[in-house]
Design a protein around this ligand. Structure first.
Ligand code: FMN
Length: 338
């Protein structure tokens, strides 16, 4: 199988909403929810993608001719590449019946771990989703990041216990899920958390705690105050609040605000190539997340599809690094983008 065959196969089974576009740029599915689109007008996912395209990379091949090292160190673990598969929940609703959240996470977590990266897993109202994710992560020796929704504290406690059993090397919370319509109407209510509440949750995690869904310097400083080990600069792909800026637009200010704090910065939203990964690292991100294209990879090619996709993005990153005269990810700097 090659990556084009993965795409061709995905076209036959992705359900009514995702059009399996040559580039996943948010246009064809725009505000299609249910489906992979964005909330309201639906242009935030498009903007996420387009803002990376406005940034160019600076070529410089007057340097030592030696292999590049794309590996990333995070929380004491080494990964082959500085990108992760992002969490996607309710896949059956949004992408069709070929997978449910349990089978999706099982395939994704295993394939990512075998390929030397890790997957974030999503969460849902059905407790079996987190239970399944925890099992998949345990089987992968803890190489996965369960992403717990901001439920009420008792439910979070139960989910955190599952994460602990799984031995996951980190735990995340998509704090911005407060904007998802389905989360608003639950009893007991789920939604935003104060710094104090978040601090309690971070301590409960017992492993590095990642706050996903930060779009402002103010939010980043609050996450730091709460004891987060990392944040994900993310607008949830435009799915939780209409008319957000693109993540590429706010990334550098957030990186600068957290400089020297020890809090790691990840970013997601419209990152679609190894060149885009390079741009995000040049802007100061420690690593990136890619979400929707991994769904295409799973639906179109299962584990093999995921591995092909990881190799494709990894090879593009390695090529960009070599052409920009940089040999390890830590040495990628702002002068390397235009
Ligand atoms: C259908 C769908 C479901 C998602 N479910 C989750 C989820 O359960 N938890 C989460 O943190 N993010 C979720 N996300 C957001 C993604 O993890 C990611 O932040 C967003 O899609 C932007 O990345 P991308 O442009 O690479 O897709 C979901 C996104 C989509 C499209």
């Amino acid at each position: 199988m090659n990556y084009q065959e993965v795409i061709n196969e995905a076209k036959t089974c992705m359900g009514a909403y995702c059009k399996v576009c040559p580039v996943c740029n948010g246009r064809a599915c725009k505000n299609q929810m249910p489906g992979p689109g964005a909330k309201g007008v639906g242009d935030t996912a498009i903007r996420n993608y387009e803002k990376w395209q406005e940034i160019r990379v600076n070529m410089d091949t007057i340097c030592e001719n030696k292999p590049v090292d794309t590996s990333l160190e995070l929380f004491g673990k080494t990964f082959r590449f500085p990108f992760f598969a992002g969490p996607v929940g309710a896949v059956q609703l949004h992408y069709g019946k070929k997978y449910d959240d349990m089978t999706y996470n099982e395939v994704l977590v295993r394939a990512c771990s075998e390929a030397g990266i890790a997957a974030f897993t999503g969460d849902g109202t059905n407790p079996a989703v987190m239970e399944g994710a925890a099992k998949a992560i345990a089987k992968a020796g803890g190489a996965g990041i369960p992403t717990v929704k901001p439920w009420n504290i008792e439910t979070i406690r139960e989910k955190m216990a599952l994460c602990k059993e799984a031995g996951s090397f980190a735990v995340a919370m998509d704090i911005d899920a407060a904007g998802l319509p389905f989360l608003k109407n639950l009893t007991p209510p789920a939604g935003s958390k104060t710094v104090e509440e978040l601090r309690e949750i971070a301590q409960m995690a017992g492993v590095p705690f990642i706050v996903k869904g930060v779009m402002t310097v103010r939010g980043a400083l609050k996450a730091k105050e709460a004891g987060a080990s990392a944040i994900v600069v993310s607008n949830h792909g435009g799915r939780v609040l209409d008319q957000c800026p693109a993540t590429a637009e706010v990334l550098m200010d957030i990186v600068d605000a957290l400089d020297g704090s020890g809090v790691k910065v990840l970013v997601d939203g419209g990152i679609r190539s190894g060149v885009d990964v390079f741009k995000a690292l040049a802007m100061g991100a420690d690593a990136v997340g890619i979400a929707r294209p991994f769904v295409t990879a799973v639906y179109g090619g299962g584990e093999e599809g995921v591995k092909l996709y990881i190799e494709k993005i990894g090879a593009e990153l390695a090529d960009t690094m070599a052409m920009c005269g940089v040999h390890d990810v830590k040495s990628i700097t702002r002068e390397m983008i235009y």
